[in-house]
Ligand binder design. Structure first.
Ligand code: DQA
Length: 143
C-alpha cells in the first residue's frame, strides 16, 4: 500500500460552483472520491486535504512528511508566487507532483509561471480531473 496525500489550495473548496466554464462542474468531494477509488485500484490509499491558507498548507505538508509516499498538490493561485510553499515542498523528502485543472500555460500571463514546479517531480495541467489521475498513476506506478 502506498500512501498518497491529495492537497488542494485556495478556492478549490468551491469546485463545482466556481467558474464552472474553467474548472468544470465536479465538486471537490466528488473529485476526491473518484481519486480515492482510482488510487485503491492501484494499491494506493489517499488522504485528501484542502486549505485556503498558505501557512496551513505548509503545516499539512509537514504533518504528512512521514506518512506520505507521494503528494498530488494543486496549490491554486499560490503556485504563481508562493516561495514559502515551494520551500515547504523542497523541505520534505516526498515526491510531489503539481497539478492544475486548467491549462495554466494558455491563460493570463501571471498563471504561466509556477514557482513551485521546480521543487516538484512533475507537473500536469489542463486536463481537469485527468491531471490528478496522471499524477496518481505516476506516483503509484510499479517500481
Ligand atoms: C488552478 C489554476 C490557478 O491559476 C488558479 O489560481 C486556481 C486553480 C487550476 O487548477 O487550474 O485556483 O490551480
Amino acid at each position: 500500500m502506498r500512501n498518497i496525500l491529495i492537497l488542494n489550495g485556495p478556492n478549490l473548496n468551491l469546485l463545482g460552483e466556481r467558474e464552472p466554464e474553467v474548472y468544470g462542474t465536479m465538486t471537490l468531494a466528488q473529485l476526491n472520491s473518484k481519486l480515492a477509488a482510482h488510487a485503491r485500484k492501484r494499491g494506493g490509499v489517499v488522504r485528501a486535504r484542502q486549505s485556503n491558507h498558505e501557512g496551513e498548507l505548509i503545516d499539512i505538508l509537514h504533518a504528512h512528511r512521514k506518512w506520505a509516499d507521494g503528494i498530488v498538490f494543486n496549490p491554486g493561485a499560490y503556485s504563481h508566487y508562493s516561495y514559502a510553499l515551494r520551500d515547504a515542498v523542497a523541505s520534505i523528502l516526498v515526491p510531489t507532483i503539481e497539478v492544475h485543472l486548467s491549462n495554466i500555460k494558455k491563460r493570463e500571463a501571471f498563471r504561466r509561471i509556477s514557482v513551485i514546479a521546480p521543487a516538484c517531480a512533475a507537473q500536469f495541467y489542463g486536463k481537469g480531473i485527468d491531471s490528478y489521475i496522471e499524477a496518481l498513476d505516476n506516483l503509484l506506478k510499479p517500481r
